[in-house]
Design a protein around this ligand. Structure first.
Ligand SMILES: Nc1ncnc2c1ncn2[C@@H]1O[C@H](COP(=O)(O)OP(=O)(O)OP(=O)(O)O)[C@@H](O)[C@H]1O
Ligand SMILES: O=c1[nH]c(=O)c2[nH+]cn([C@@H]3O[C@H](COP(=O)(O)O)[C@@H](O)[C@H]3O)c2[nH]1
Ligand SMILES: NC(=O)CC[C@H](N)C(=O)O
Ligand SMILES: [Mg+2]
Length: 521
């Protein structure tokens, strides 16, 4: 790649990904690597600037040390929190444990500084920042100046303008730091002088060329779900290699209302992409019969997906590649998952874990992109906005939204209830053209296999319950339940009970994540 790049060295902060996003928002390409990336690799990467992340440790008793040689590369460096402390400590300054932790909002008074020039909002020499630290820099390394402080943090910003080394104790990458984005852009564009050439049209040209070169005249198979990631991957690969791409769309009987028609319409008929529609619902339903345990259900669905893929790939001799819609957060999270022993809450389905006998190499053209970039790419490739801005839909589909045993009858009821909910959310468009569908990150209905008593048309009913779930979240790791208007909930409830025979009660889920999760299984 010929563009200017920013390297982010990760010391283990919870918010390192946000640094990469802020840099990319300045249209500069950035990558995140572990703090101990070898210096030879750093030189080969040839960054225009380096940003050191925060981290949970204390520099004076931690193994989390980067190679000090990075400080002599002549490349501008911005250290954030632990990153600043590491720089100070390594260059002979002093870092001490504070008597109290500082967490949350703080106002930084700044002095004349190269870093903070031109980033103020209204009041000059004042920044509204978010802090999260216990240690602080109490003695500057040689050649550095203090250019910012708060009442409890004597050195909140330090700089060595000649060497282009900068440190901030606060977190400019989080949105709570009001001038944070501007500060990161100042560092990236002015100080590191990176050219802002990371744009979608440029990206498409490069990605297309790369795919053509990688694949040659081989055939590529891609699992198409109708979701955002696999759809955008399909459109991009199709742009690169046309008919050498074959998509496999698996109908497991647990898809949303008219999903299969929608996917075939869009990809096969409108975009001219080869799509094989495999109706495997019979097989999936048979395997799921009698199974009530959520983890077991997930495993059965995952294994069955692999089975279908294997059958389809086996039918084509020239198929040497399996394409996936893996995106950058997936890459970062699976790298993290290797090192931390977090509890497995749910086994997430994906097409990964395919058997070696399949003999396909992986093609993952979206693995450098964040979800919002994937969406921009989708629009730039000509996919309709309403498809690209859809809520995510899990691979196991309605299988994890029907509690306990999965039955066709339940899936049919749930599909219709879910469709009514989504339709009503989309119908609430305000003056700016924004609906409650846009204002929620994920919304769906859940089927509860319990019956309750109702009365309709003077008669007794004894039917199933549907729960509505709608959440607001930016990363799906934590989420708030959406405060949907009562009138909207009322309309949805009325329509479901009137239109879906077999359901006589609708409830709304008001649990956050944590302690609940977004899906019910
Ligand atoms: N019904 C399906 N048929 C074929 N492949 C599928 C199906 N469901 C899921 N997959 C595969 O599993 C992958 C992971 O699914 P995941 O839901 O994470 O991504 P997505 O569906 O592409 O996007 P989104 O996150 O917007 O739903 C998909 O990219 C796709 O390759
Ligand atoms: O592709 C997927 N395969 C899965 O097996 C799976 N399980 C959960 N999800 C999605 O992940 C996000 C977080 O969900 P939870 O809070 O329920 O864990 C939500 O967006 C869920 O829809 C999945 N996506
Ligand atoms: N957020 C951080 O980088 C914290 C750095 C260090 N662990 C401290 O408490 O000061
Ligand atoms: Mg999906």
């Amino acid at each position: 790649m010929t563009q200017d790049k920013i390297l982010i060295l990760d010391f283990g902060s919870q918010v390192t990904q946000l640094i990469a996003r802020r840099v990319r928002e300045a249209h500069v390409y950035s990558e995140l690597h572990p703090y101990d990336m070898p210096i030879a690799d750093i030189k080969a990467f040839a960054p225009k600037g380096i940003i050191l992340s925060g981290g949970p440790n204390s520099v004076y008793d931690s193994d989390y040390q980067a190679d000090p040689a990075i400080l002599d590369l002549g490349v501008p460096i911005l250290g954030i929190c632990y990153g600043m402390q590491w720089m100070a400590h390594t260059l002979g300054g002093t870092v001490s444990p504070g008597d109290q932790r500082e967490f949350g909002y703080a106002r930084v008074e700044t002095e004349d500084s190269t870093l903070t020039q031109e980033i103020y909002d209204d009041a000059p020499n004042q920044l509204d920042v978010w802090m999260s630290h216990g240690d602080k820099v109490t003695g500057l390394p040689e050649g550095f100046r203090r250019v910012g402080h708060t009442p409890s943090c004597p050195i909140a910003i330090m700089e060595h303008a000649d060497k282009h080394l900068y440190g901030v104790q606060f977190h400019p990458e989080v949105t709570h730091t009001k001038q944070g984005s501007a500060l990161i852009h100042r560092f990236v564009l002015d100080i590191a002088a990176a050219k802002p050439s990371w744009t979608m049209p440029n990206y498409i040209d490069e990605a297309v060329a790369k795919i053509r070169q990688q694949v040659g005249s081989d055939e590529v198979i891609l699992g198409l779900s109708g979701g955002v990631d696999s759809s955008v991957a399909a459109a991009l690969i199709h742009r690169a290699i046309g008919n050498q791409l074959t998509c496999v769309f698996v109908d497991h009987g647990l898809l949303r209302y008219k999903e299969a028609e929608m996917v075939m319409d869009m990809f096969a008929r409108n975009l001219g992409v080869n799509v094989i529609h495999v109706d495997a619902s019979g097989e999936f339903m048979r395997k799921l019969a009698g199974v009530t345990d959520p983890e077991q259900k997930r495993k059965i669905i995952g294994a069955e997906f692999v089975e279908v893929f294997q059958q389809e790939a086996g039918k084509r001799q020239n198929a040497r590649w399996l394409a996936q819609g893996t995106i950058y957060p997936d890459v970062i999270e699976s790298a993290g998952a290797k090192t931390n022993k977090a509890h497995a809450i749910k086994s997430h389905h994906n097409v990964g874990g395919l058997p070696e006998t399949l003999n396909l190499s992986l093609l993952e053209p979206l693995r450098d992109l964040f979800k919002d970039e994937v969406r921009q790419l989708g629009v730039a490739l000509g996919l309709p906005r309403e498809m690209v801005y859809r809520h995510p839909f899990p691979g196991p589909g309605l299988g994890v939204r029907i509690l306990g045993e999965v039955k066709r009858e339940y899936a049919d009821l749930l599909r219709r209830a879910d469709h009514i909910f989504i339709e009503e959310l989309r119908n609430t468009v305000d003056a700016e053209g924004v609906s409650w569908y846009d204002n929620t990150s994920q919304a769906f209905a859940v089927f509860l296999p319990v019956k309750s008593v109702g009365v309709m048309g003077d008669g007794r009913t004894y039917e199933y319950v549907v729960a509505l779930r709608a959440v607001v979240t930016s990363d799906f790791m934590t989420a708030h339940w959406a405060e949907l208007p009562y009138s909207l909930l009322g309309r949805v409830s009325n329509r479901i009970i009137n239109e879906v025979r077999g359901i006589n009660r609708v409830v709304y889920d008001v649990s956050g994540k944590p302690p609940a999760t977004i899906e019910w299984e």
